[in-house]
Design a protein around this ligand. Structure first.
Ligand SMILES: O=C(O)CCC(=O)CC(=O)O
Length: 263
């Protein structure tokens, strides 16, 4: 499993990543949501790799990537992507991020436009939730570990129908969440507490697709509409799913992303 060493001697972390497809193709980077890892893209990878060089990575504090010491910021997460592209010698890539990954994408689109080809912002918002909620969640996992957030994750992530129909997929996602490093997860809750990209949404110049789950109570269709109205020329696609829409509506999600990236 490859790792990219990024940062200087004071900030160095190892970022776990994986590539699929031929390097000769255009690159697309896939960025996971809070409490998941690069495995969340399982249903998309083979199809995307037929047309793209697919780079997936575990956001810092998640999966096999290191956590930096102390709270993270969305800028840190965005700079990690730039460092990963530098490490892989890729000048420009398309980027697709879910929820927290979508915030990373918004930061990249506004602050590193020269590295971004097309942008897919999925199941996300310019500001997700309220700082008090994220601070409470960070404190909870720091004090008690991951079980408290893992036990009720299915109801936050998926519709009741999907939870009934696909217990295996739901159980795998919950197991990944339960296994996360509590400090790494908490440091990304810290990033979410402070993340407010409402001011910079209008600075995004890359062609952008918003993907929203019709039944998502966390980052709603209205949140995606808000971004669509402010990002010049942005398009939007609704998929029949709750928050983790690439898992719940895998075919519709893959189709929407491919149609946009290949247009
Ligand atoms: O999914 C994310 O990246 C942020 C929103 C979230 O944490 C959903 C949840 O687990 O409650």
């Amino acid at each position: 499993m490859p790792f990219a060493e990024i940062g200087d001697h004071a900030t160095r972390i190892r970022l776990h990543y994986r590539t699929d497809g031929s390097r000769s193709r255009p690159c697309v980077v896939l960025s996971n949501s809070l409490g998941t890892d690069l495995g969340m893209w399982h249903a998309q990878v083979d199809r995307l790799a037929a047309d793209f060089f697919v780079v997936r990575y575990d956001t810092r504090g998640h999966g096999q990537s290191d956590s930096a010491r102390g709270p993270a910021s969305i800028e840190d997460l965005g700079r990690d992507v730039i460092a990963l592209l530098d490490f892989l010698d890729i000048r420009k890539a398309s980027f697709c991020g879910i929820s927290m990954g979508g915030l990373t994408g918004q930061w990249l689109g506004a602050h590193a436009a020269y590295r971004i080809d097309r942008l897919v912002l999925a199941d996300t918002a310019a500001k997700i939730g309220a700082a008090a909620g994220w601070n409470a969640r960070a404190a909870q996992v720091r004090a008690s570990g991951m079980d408290a957030v893992a036990d009720n994750a299915p109801a936050r992530w998926f519709t009741p129908g999907f939870i009934d129909r696909e217990p295996g997929k739901v159980a795998r996602m919950v197991a990944t969440l339960r296994a996360q490093d509590a400090e790494g997860y908490a440091s990304c809750c810290d990033a979410l507490a402070h993340a407010d990209l409402r001011e910079s949404a209008g600075q995004i110049t890359a062609p952008t697709l918003l993907v929203a789950g019709e039944f998502d109570p966390v980052t709603t269709v209205a949140d995606a509409e808000w971004l669509r109205e402010r990002i010049p020329g942005a398009r939007m696609s609704l998929v029949p799913a709750s928050h983790i829409s690439n898992v719940e509506a895998e075919a519709a999600f893959t189709r929407a992303v491919l149609d946009f990236l290949l247009a």
